[in-house]
Design a protein around this ligand. Structure first.
Ligand code: GLA
Length: 381
């Protein structure tokens, strides 16, 4: 796994000097509450022990120079003259600079090395981790106060308006505000967070199907539009405001597809709040049951699962020590997540890996994960 030492060593090799800071921002896995964030609803993610690291030092000329170790590329831009230059990784860094400047932050330039071990395109929020690491890097050299929700909102703005991906707030918020050993119940309307430990004796296991899909953005935007249409039908700002009772009484006038989309969001919000309660009580069986129900809702009503994700979830449920499993993240490909008895996690992983490979011919990646803290900085001077 990547660590601060990898980023520091790479900086020393590249710049023949020591960095002043090393920042870290984690990826995330969402335990339950999918596509609810842009409906002003609830999500229950945890920050994971895989992260993006930047080792850096300030510059005095308003330039930002970044080396991406993993992509073997470098890029630079001037803070006084931000311009789009195609769809490249540096646009995430530039977008955060743009959002911070737009919000009135006085920024200092920097140079650094970026590296990490959040798999890209897997649904574990490598882009949000790059954004929050960038925000932390600017904070470290520019010296403004670190406010996790404000930084999450500006990073989301960078992704929405600079990069052009219309995501909700979940990924940036958990990368900014995650808490070691806890998942966070996030109210995506108020941005209030409640930290909830995993049930005693359980772990979250991430199951990467090794599938990646293109054209995910268009399906994502289509789901958003369908949810917005449903909210208009009910005359509310967001589906968050529709109770299950009201939905059942009044949904009859919706077309069949929009009805199923809305049903996923409304039931998923209820499941997410119930899941946080179950976790707080240490009720792993109930948490697992809610995860299973969430998967069915995403597969049948929201239609964002995929064949390999469904196979993975089935394999997980049949493996030893599993309380429940579901696909996680935006959907269609990437990862599932399972809640597993900690002392059977190795056995679980070996069995799922063998069964999934036998069923699909694909080799999965399996991570037994530990909940970590949100974006942080270490001063080395
Ligand atoms: C992606 C988006 C998030 C959220 C999830 C689905 O990860 O970036 O904002 O909508 O999909 O829950």
């Amino acid at each position: 796994m990547t660590s601060s030492h990898d980023a520091i060593n790479a900086f020393q090799q590249r710049f023949a000097a020591d960095p002043d800071f090393v920042v870290r921002a984690p990826g995330r896995v969402n335990l339950i509450g999918e596509h609810t964030d842009y409906n002003d609803g609830f999500v229950l993610p945890m920050a994971i022990d895989r992260a993006i690291w930047i080792a850096l030092r300030p510059r005095t000329d308003q330039q930002v120079n970044v080396v991406s170790l993993d992509l073997d590329r470098s890029a630079s831009f001037g803070l006084a003259d931000l311009r789009h230059e195609g769809a490249s990784w540096i646009e995430y860094v530039k977008g955060v600079a743009w959002a911070l400047l737009g919000a009135g932050y006085q920024l200092t330039g920097w140079e650094g090395v970026l590296t990490g071990d959040v798999p890209r395109g897997a649904g574990l929020s490598s882009s949000a981790a790059v954004e929050l690491a960038t925000a932390r890097a600017f904070q470290a050299v520019s010296g403004f106060a670190w406010d996790p929700p404000a930084m999450a909102l500006l990073s989301q703005k960078a992704e929405n308006q600079w990069v052009g991906m219309n995501c909700g707030i979940m990924d940036q918020m958990i990368s900014a505000a995650g808490e070691a050993d806890h998942a966070l119940l996030i109210d995506c309307r108020s941005l209030q967070t409640t930290s909830v430990p995993l049930p005693h004796g359980t772990v979250a296991v991430i199951l990467d199907t090794s599938t990646r899909r293109g054209l995910v953005d268009s399906a994502y935007n289509e789901r958003r539009a369908q949810c917005e249409a449903a909210a208009r039908y009910f005359g509310v700002p967001a589906l968050r405001d529709v109770s299950l009772e009201r939905f059942e009484a009044e949904a009859g006038g919706l077309d069949e597809v929009t009805l199923r989309r809305a049903r996923h969001i409304i039931t998923e919000n209820a499941r997410t709040v119930a899941a946080a309660d179950a976790m707080a009580r240490g009720d792993a069986s109930e948490m697992g049951r809610l995860m299973d129900a969430s998967h069915a809702s995403m597969r049948d009503d929201f239609e964002i699962s995929g064949p390999e994700l469904n196979v993975m979830v089935d394999c997980a449920r049949q493996a030893p020590g599993c309380f429940g499993a579901r696909m996680t993240g935006g959907g269609f490909a990437g990862c599932a997540v399972a809640l597993v008895q900690a002392d059977r996690a190795d056995e679980f992983a070996a069995r799922v890996s063998a069964d999934y490979e036998a069923a699909t011919g694909l080799t999965p990646a399996i991570y037994i994960s530990v909940a970590s803290n949100g974006a942080s900085v270490e001063e080395l001077r």
